[in-house]
Design a protein around this ligand. Structure first.
Ligand SMILES: NC(=O)c1ccc[n+]([C@@H]2O[C@H](COP(=O)([O-])OP(=O)(O)OC[C@H]3O[C@@H](n4cnc5c(N)ncnc54)[C@H](OP(=O)(O)O)[C@@H]3O)[C@@H](O)[C@H]2O)c1
Length: 316
């Protein structure tokens, strides 16, 4: 699998990241372990989890994904070969949401304990906390870096202007900055404003892409396969706009002899062929080993610049 460098974060990662949100809950332990093994056997190094996955599943605590990865790491070893990312700040059973210094400190220690490790390669602010001064949040994250508990910082569900504010606060105070962004992004756009209570369902606009490029921030994109909806239309969530981009994707995939989902992954990973676009790493997640394998096989698939332009900029 292709390796790329996140320059500002100082991390070398595989160009696909394994999403583990449903591991240990919807995906049983045996299959989850087999997926982690397959990912590493195929050259994957970059693994994504969170302190709250998947608390919303029946009977779940929210510790399942991290605990399972911790068990796998203990059994398999090789921690130093893995770039391990986790997150803090999002809801667990209607509480614990927020990015106060005490929350960041507590949940980082909890993640390290569950993951059987003494450091995280990448630690994301999972969702913005407007009730805590951004200065307090940035200082608390910075302390984790200075203590060696965390190597680099990322930011997930934030508005662009808040990422920019965080940058200026970090610069003014000598704190570590966020250097990786994890928004929701896929080939089809989502209906703007569908859920305005959080930035979760906001489109990644051209403005966000510009911002990331200008700040040399790679984007790790979640829900990029639209819940499996590209290959099976019945699975496409209602929030997506099914305009001419749908036909463009389906027709191009057919011409290339690829599944539409495979083309979406290739399109994301070829993003920086266009000089104005940031580096993009897709998060891949599946409950089926054969799907995961098919996704990972796209790691080195090349799309030429003209096709990238067509896929990015055709107007409908
Ligand atoms: N930062 C955040 O707020 C946030 C939010 C959500 C998720 N995430 C991260 O992103 C990861 C992925 O999120 P997601 O589940 O929302 O992603 P997604 O890409 O929208 O959906 C994954 C779905 O795609 C299907 N799929 C995968 N490969 C396929 C293939 N080759 N052919 C057909 N269908 C395929 C899977 O179905 P099958 O199981 O049937 O294969 C799975 O249900 C999570 O595990 C988590 O790490 C982060």
């Amino acid at each position: 699998m292709k390796k790329i460098r996140f320059e500002r974060a100082g991390l070398d990662v595989s160009n696909m990241c394994l999403g583990t949100m449903m591991m240990g809950t919807q995906i049983d332990e045996k299959t989850s372990m087999a997926e982690l093994d397959l990912f590493v056997d195929m050259g994957g190094t970059f693994i994504d989890t969170s302190n709250n996955y998947a608390h919303w599943m029946p009977g779940a605590t929210g510790d399942e994904s991290e605990v399972l990865i911790g068990k796998w790491l203990k059994e398999k070893g090789g921690r130093d070969k893995i770039v391990l990312a986790s997150k803090v700040g999002y809801d667990r059973h209607g509480e614990h949401q927020g990015l106060k210094a005490s929350q960041i400190e507590y949940w980082c220690d909890e993640s390290l304990r569950k993951l059987n490790t003494d450091y995280l390669d990448l630690y994301y602010a999972h969702v913005d906390d407007f009730n805590t001064p951004l200065e307090e949040t940035m200082e608390a994250f910075d302390k984790l870096v200075k203590k060696g508990k965390v190597k680099a910082l990322g930011v997930s569900n934030y508005y662009t202007w808040r990422i920019c504010e965080a940058k200026h606060i970090a610069k003014a105070n000598g704190f570590t900055d966020f250097t990786v962004n994890q928004p929701q992004y896929s080939f089809l756009y989502t209906k703007a404003g569908r859920d305005s209570s959080t930035p979760l369902n906001l489109n990644v606009s051209e403005e966000r892409l510009d911002y990331l490029k200008a700040n040399n921030m790679p984007m790790v994109t979640y829900s990029c396969l639209a819940s499996g909806g590209y290959d099976d239309e019945k699975r496409l969530p209602d929030k997506y706009v099914k305009d001419g981009r749908w036909d463009l994707l389906q027709d191009t995939a057919k011409e290339l002899g690829l599944a539409p989902s495979s083309l979406v992954l290739a399109w994301l990973m070829n993003s920086d062929k266009l000089p104005e676009r940031p580096t993009i790493v897709p998060l891949v997640a599946s409950s089926r080993l054969e799907h995961l394998k098919k996704n990972l096989e796209m790691s080195e698939y090349e799309l030429d610049v003209e096709l990238m332009k067509k896929l990015c900029y055709t107007k409908f």
